[in-house]
Ligand binder design. Sequence first.
Ligand SMILES: Nc1ncnc2c1ncn2[C@@H]1O[C@H](COP(=O)(O)OP(=O)(O)OP(=O)(O)O)[C@@H](O)[C@H]1O
Length: 870
Amino acid sequence: MAEQTPMMRQYLEIKSGYPDAILFFRMGDFYEMFLDDALIAARILDITLTSRNKGSGDEIPFCGVPYHSVTPYIAKLIETGHKVAICEQVEDPKQTKGIVRREVVRVITPGLLIEAESLAPDENNYLLALCQGEGDQWGIAWLDLSTGEFRVTELNGGPAAAAEAVCVHPREILLGEGVELETLPADLRDFVTDKIVSRAPAWVYERDYTRSLVCDQFGAASPESLGLEQMPWGLIAAGAALHYLRENRKSAIPHIREIKVYQRSEHLALDPATRRNLEITATMSEGKKNGSLLGCLDRTSTSMGARRLKQWLSYPLVGLEPIRQRLYAVEELLEQAGVREELVAQLKGIADLERLNGRIGMASAGGRDLRAMHDSLQRIPALVDLLAPLQSDLLRSLCTAIDPLDELRNLIERGIVESPPFSLREGGIIATGYNEELDELRAISREGKGFIARLEAQERARTGISSLKIRYNKVFGYSIEITKSNLANVPEDYIRRQTLANAERYITQELKNYEEKILGAEDRICELEFTLFQEIREQVAAQSGRIARTADGLASLDVLVSLALVADERGYTKPQVDESDSIEITDGRHPVIESMKLGERFVPNDTRLDGAENQILMITGPNMAGKSTYMRQVALITLMAQAGSFVPAAAARIGIADRIFTRVGAGDNLARGQSTFMLEMMEAAGILRNATPRSLIVMDEIGRGTSTFDGVSIAWAVAEFIHDTPTCRSRTLFATHYHELAELATTRERIKNYTVAVREWNDQVIFLRTIVPGSASHSYGIQVARLAGMPRDVIERAKEILHNLERGEYEEGAPRLAKSRKTKSTEASPQFTLFESNEDLLRQRLKKLNLSVTTPLEALNLLDELKKMI
Ligand SMILES: Nc1ncnc2c1ncn2[C@@H]1O[C@H](COP(=O)(O)OP(=O)(O)OP(=O)(O)O)[C@@H](O)[C@H]1O
């Protein structure tokens, strides 16, 4: 770098402190970027790249954006994963000799965005800090700077930590300097790999330092008083997040006032695969809200409500009482249709108070933000009146939490004009009557303007020049403009100020005097208005705790109203939630498929699951019959009930589940070097390890990713394990194309067979979509292939092959199934035992019998068993 002008030296010095950010270097009305930053920014922002010292061999590439329209440029850089450091001039250039002092006042990172334009209204924007503790303990802290939400927890093991991180869905992840991604547990590494990872210095992850940061931020004497005594790693993660925040934000964050400490066991556990498979908040194929459960249930009126609904569906409850409270509230809002409608009308007029509160707290809110706060608060008294007569505990407590904040509303009403300008520096924000001095200055300015008009008329009369005009211009101030043709009539006391192509501009002493008075007053007005505005904003910020509580109450209210609305429109019913082990659903429907109205009427189905007789429902049935839909519908109804929603069924009793597991379909994870089948087995293994008798498992075609014999053996053994293992014994929906598995119901008392009814007609299959007891005899795969438009020749040939296979015959060049396999494998491997005839099994059973030690009762039982086998 040859050019070392003082300015460039200053730039390089500042830039060296922010190597991983694009430095926006303020120069007058522009932010300039230099060198590599300029190359990156010019490409992403599509702006012109130029260079200093052109042609000298020491060219310095640079580009710039105007300061007043910087937000979209920053947003674009952030969107593409960059950080932006804003470097301002921190002294008045007019008062400075030499180079003006500059400082970075803020670093904007993806996880620390607060600008409304850069944030999706119905999505939180989280920064997640991870800290690995001893014994594979993980501290996780996550915060949304835009709303002030801050949560912390601790988890045992990489998979659990990864599952939580997936659920939080952060925009940015914070790790300690030196923590190599390769050393993270596989699940976490996978999660972190394609995310934006930022680093905090390693020394930050130190107990005393983080402890003091956390206590300081939340005004606590000790971590104990915050409920963090049992979470040493959570505390460090929280402290690291606060450190990062302070380093980058460089200003107070008063709206982050509460730290919510939670345990994973407080919520229905859903592993990442299950969240994906059940399409709870996003569709599997496109990752979109539309088409997911959230999309189907979201009728909220505010962004706060939309975000809260997402949280409720992401974190369903397991506590009976809180679930019931939500359900009672929805029930009351469902019954009170009139109140509900009026609540919706009020809620629709309420802005995003959480984010407004954040911007006000961080002193980045403008006049329009304050006014939006005012207009929202104005709706609260009516809303509270509507809520006051309602009876349910939850609605009553929301009614108390929602605070009309009258004095704040009055303050803004008195202080801020109805439609304030965007800029804070150019006046026009503060209402008349709010401040005496301001009113006086405005009178002077107004008077001055009247004077100008009078002077213009007076000078026209004096000179006889009817085209004479008094003009104002930012550089030259006021002047009298005379066109060239009238110059002969210019009086002697006019002093020339500026020459234009067709005119001359003059000043008079009188005009100069007034100019000073008016412009002086206008400068003072802008200054005073800005000060007054800041004072008002600070007074509002001082109440950020009350605003946060109100916003929180409104968000929950909005969700409850939305749930009631959907329940009403779609005929959902209130589930009876209890601590039994039953799931009993009458006429259940799949909420999303039903709402899509695809042309086919949705056929409702019943479900009965329990720990005594109906633990595992073994569902066989043709392709395309509706097995997956049915199983997902049961899982979704359970999840909805535990989130506090009514459910798509005529009646439902839900014994609370601690976890829902799904093993559905198969997706490759080539990045991790695992095959489809490997992944399927890993997921299944995870389920068998973690499921409890309170869990709900959905197993859809387990084992189909390998050969038939291997697959059926695995499926069989998995079903047996779930049935026989006391610590697992979960309520299970098990769909399979291996019709052999239906045999399990004869030997396992809690396995029941179901199938999806179809009608055969003219070699075609008609799906009736009804789940009935019994098992299917074949899959109708070929008929489905025909429906899918497979060439007729292929269909005919497939039928021929199937026919031969079913008769145990095979022809040269055609597939050989059981026979070929059996001949290859001479020894009876365990999987073949499944297909041995009942006679073989009978023989084996009798062979093992030792009559000398068998009691008469045992003999009788055995006889009974053998009889059942045939
Ligand atoms: N109860 C129902 N009422 C109406 N339509 C249904 C119902 N259940 C499923 N369907 C429709 O049938 C289609 C196939 O359902 P699904 O995928 O559940 O079948 P499947 O038995 O799991 O098939 P496969 O075994 O081939 O995976 C779905 O796309 C859905 O639109």
